[in-house]
Design a protein around this ligand. Structure first.
Ligand code: FEO
Length: 169
């Protein structure tokens, strides 16, 4: 594998684990506010990010590439209002999309179509993640401003269940 592509994939493992950590911090914030549904949503989001990291980890191993695990940064976003994690999540997913796109472009540059094909799943996943993040903001704006609406929204988010990623390596 091209060294630049391999290095970017290695870095992405770290970014996905950071994403998991960031979402766990969001779950932590909502838990402390008594919003167990919002906390549930972000706990599941954190699990999905760990899955993303593991998919890349496995892909590198399957291709005989070395994996180097670096320190995961501390989640340092400050949440004050109940909407803060929602806007931070959308902003973060847009950033992750830019990272995936950069690896995709690097793989295309060196005609590494196996990696391009592997990353197709991530490109689609990022579309879903950005949509979900945007929907959360919209719902909060529509229903979150009074106690009853917030209760209903929290109840809806509590029903989210984890499912393993659909990608097979
Ligand atoms: Fe792994 Fe939310 O991107």
């Amino acid at each position: 594998m091209d060294q630049k592509v391999s290095a970017l994939l290695n870095e992405q493992i770290n970014k996905e684990l950071y994403s998991a950590y960031l979402y766990l911090d969001m779950a932590n914030f909502y838990s402390s506010k008594g919003l167990d549904g919002f906390a549930n949503w972000y706990e599941i989001q954190a699990k999905e990010e760990q899955d993303h990291a593991m998919l890349i980890y496995q892909y590198l191993h399957n291709n005989g590439e070395p994996v180097t695990l670096e320190a995961v940064a501390k989640p340092d976003k400050v949440f004050k209002t109940l909407s803060d994690p929602l806007t931070a999540a959308l902003e973060h997913e847009k950033y992750v999309t830019s990272l995936i796109n950069a690896i995709y472009a690097a793989a295309q540059d060196v005609h590494d179509y196996r990696t391009v094909q592997f990353l197709d799943w991530f490109v689609k996943e990022q579309g879903e993640e950005e949509k979900n993040s945007g929907d959360m903001i919209t719902k909060m704006e529509l229903f979150g401003s009074d106690a009853k609406g917030l209760y209903m929204l929290n109840s809806e988010l509590k029903t989210r269940v984890y499912s393993a990623p659909s990608l097979e390596l």
